[in-house]
Design a protein around this ligand. Sequence first.
Ligand code: MEV
Length: 427
Amino acid sequence: MSGKSSRIPKFYRFPPEERLRIVAEFAGLGGEEVELLKKTGGLGLDIADRMIENVIGTFQLPLGIAVNFLINGKDYLIPMAIEEPSVVAAASNAAKMAREGGGIRTQSTSPIMIGQIQLLGVKDPYSARFEILEAKKEILEKANECDPVLVRLGGGAKDLEARVVESRVGVMLVVHLLVDVKDAMGANAVNTMAEAVAPRLASIAGGRFRLRIISNLADRRIVRAKVRIPPKAVGGTEVAEGIVEAWAFADADPYRAATHNKGIMNGVDAVVIATGNDWRAVEAGAHAYAARTGRYKPLSRWEIDGEGYLVGTLEMPLAVGIVGGATRTNPLARISLKILGVKTARELAEVIGAVGLVQNLAALRALAAEGIQAGHMSLHAKNIAVMAGAVGDEIDRVAEILVKERKIRVDRAKEVLEELRQRRGNA
Ligand code: MEV
């Protein structure tokens, strides 16, 4: 992929077929893959029927490509599956700003997931905790017997922790199995291991086990992203300062922090979904992490550095995989991964973190400057024009007038369409 640039000016102006041709060339997609993307409904009913239960059809989302992404010196085209207008354009736009500061830098921890085993009826929980930690080697070996392939790849159960937790039903001992899941999201591997070691843990503790399940607060599987942008790239020093003020609002007020993080998740989820990953797991992890101090906080931070540059950093858990589950069974997810060209789950997670950070930049920049509605209006107006019956080039013409008049309503769109057709009829 080296030498290929994701900086594709006016990408949004091309028709979908031309965009697909450009992406296919960038990512080396084959004819079959291109055909699958072209025909809406690339996920066939037969495959869908094997993915979940009681299937009656498939449910589609638009798949867009965000351009301009330079992450750790490498160019990426970003597939995003999302229903909300403006998100893909905003990501592309903000990635261009980040590019002016040399792009986005990322880092990540090893992909460690936590399996929880709940032990109840333990008379002496602190003593039991000691004995369980003493048996660490035996427990890890037992867990690793479940997944020799993962162990061969260098992953598997690596460590054990035990917490004494007070609860409404008395004290419980909660054992954490820390598993390096490598390129998987990891739920299957971790749940299997947790179930396998639970009886032995209960017997060591002199109690009984109940739940044996992964934790979605994946705080050992963290991604960080950073951008450092010259203020002129965001519209000047005042806008840069406005972005910092917007962040400070979120930092001080959970009501704003929720919306701030929603903007980050616009980008994160769109890639998580496009790559066939479990977005509920990522969402649960993100918000639990945002609240880890006992107060809900933004996942990103914005500062101005000593040289007047705008600096943004993001830190969040990202449990995503490139093997197993829908990442493999859904052919469209496989194609998204190919477009991204990521080689490991860590690389995918870092790319998603980078998208989250610039998506946040786009939202804060718009909010701090012209307001969010301006960007939304033009696509919204096009949708309204279509609802009013506009076709072909009528859509753009009607939308333009609606935006100019700031009356983006179906009734007005119908009138404008009528007038346009009359004018054309008379011409
Ligand atoms: C809309 O989907 C997302 C925003 O509300 C995010 C934000 O307010 O930061 C624009």
